[in-house]
Design a protein around this ligand. Sequence first.
Ligand SMILES: Nc1ncnc2c1ncn2[C@@H]1O[C@H](COP(=O)(O)OP(=O)(O)OP(=O)(O)O)[C@@H](O)[C@H]1O
Ligand SMILES: [Mg+2]
Length: 549
Amino acid sequence: MKLLELLSWGDNNLVIRLGVAGALSGVGSAALLGIVNTAAEEIADNGIDEVNWALAATFIVLAVVYFLAEVFLISTIARQIENGIDRVRKKLLSQIAVADFAQIEIFGQSRLFDSITQSTQNISQNSHMIGMAFRSLLLLVAVMAYVFWLSMLAFFIIVVVVGVGILIYLRMGKTLSMWFGKLHQVETILFDRVSDLFAGIKEVRMWSKRSDAFKVAFDNASDNKAEIGKKAQTMISRQMIMGISAFYILLAIIVFIVPVYSDSFDADVAKISTAVLFMIGPISIIVQSMSVLGMAERSAVRMMQLSKDLEDIREPIAEDGMPLSDPFDHVSFENVVFTYPNRDPRHGFELGPIDLSVKRGELLFITGGNGAGKSTLIKILTGLYRPVSGKVSINNTQLGPQSMSAYRNLIATVFSDSHLFEELFGTTDIAVEDAQYWIERFELAHVTGIRDGRFITIALSAGQRKRLALITAILEDRPIIVLDEWAADQDPYFRKKFYREILPELKQRGTTIIAVTHDDHYFDVADRRLHLDTGKLSELDLTDPRGRI
Ligand SMILES: Nc1ncnc2c1ncn2[C@@H]1O[C@H](COP(=O)(O)OP(=O)(O)OP(=O)(O)O)[C@@H](O)[C@H]1O
Ligand SMILES: [Mg+2]
């Protein structure tokens, strides 16, 4: 079972521990049943003249053992489930963090979101059910052993009836599983619609035609989910009723039919009927929890599949990465070629082959039209994308799994779709004066600041947030800064300040700057300018008219 496999990741003793507690609880309850039956038999034979203290005492001791084992089992299972989910969630998160960037971009957000939140919730919310089902299963095994000891005939009748019941149940289960598969699909569509609405709420508000059409699409998704949900629930109820009815049929066979055909059976019919009645509780729990378990199992399968897929696209990075030998001196590209993995070849885009060298302290601009490959190039330069062929070297050492992490650590970035973290993760030990200096330099002191390792607020205008992102990059104090169209949402005044004052100041401090830009008024600020044209790179004179409008 994938669920058990998933929960015991990194804990090989889990199954053994649960097995021992389960066996204690199961045997304990079967022994209780045995004692009740023995006492009843005695009373039937001899009448009640005095209390059988020995049996009563054994009953109490067994009841205590059973109670303790039960509490241990249920709470251990619940705890293990939470621990297991915690481990899985953390594992998935760390796998996402080390997955090949170009490949992970293709994964749908809903798939990652589902596995880390929804699927883990499916399992954890029902952890008590899973525990109860496990314990009921063990109890059934123990009671069946008791029945076997009482009468082999009764045992086989029960096995046959239960066997047929299970077969019907499994057949129904298959159909149910199919419905649950469908249910998950429509849930994913609904999730995508909700995130679409959230991301596009402005656009939806702004045009009633779009709003109406979107509402129709959303209602359809919601109706589909409700429809398939209802079908699945009906199947569950049918399955449950069928499971419990099978037991009443079993009871009827044992009480009414078997004694007629078997002499030896008569004596034990009362005991066996009690045992069968004793099984109804656990059976209904198992039947009820089947659908929950099925759901948890499917969640486990999805999470494990995701984990496997993430493992397949794991970036080949050595755990014990080497530090780079010298201080950064230069980065060079030799015949570097890149293509996107999911790209339809009919509309292919190929970057390269590129030869390039960037020296320490240089201020380099990358220009080119929309779709020319600038952002793609800087993702290779920053080590996010790995070239399909060719070599990227730093200080004449070719980058490889050993050095990738150390290489990325050299580069601070502000991508065009950069994310601004409110908390300054990784830069908590910055000098306060430094932070203050840059916040004033970027003219943000009146709207925000840094306190206790986080920005006081990041609820700012788009241009202001971009400034904060650059401040973060500067405070990270790394030798290279890479910027993708940083100034695109700055006002003319600040754009000028950025190109004429801030970039030269950073260069003065020794930072190497690689900036993608469309701002042709300021091309002269750069030391060198590289120009991309449909994936082909050339070095241009700073005054070259190409790239200007
Ligand atoms: N995630 C992706 N998957 C597949 N193809 C992509 C992806 N991102 C970009 N491309 C393709 O790669 C080409 C270069 O895109 P890139 O983003 O590098 O252009 P750019 O020069 O940065 O353009 P812009 O000035 O518009 O930012 C485009 O033709 C685009 O269709
Ligand atoms: Mg771009």
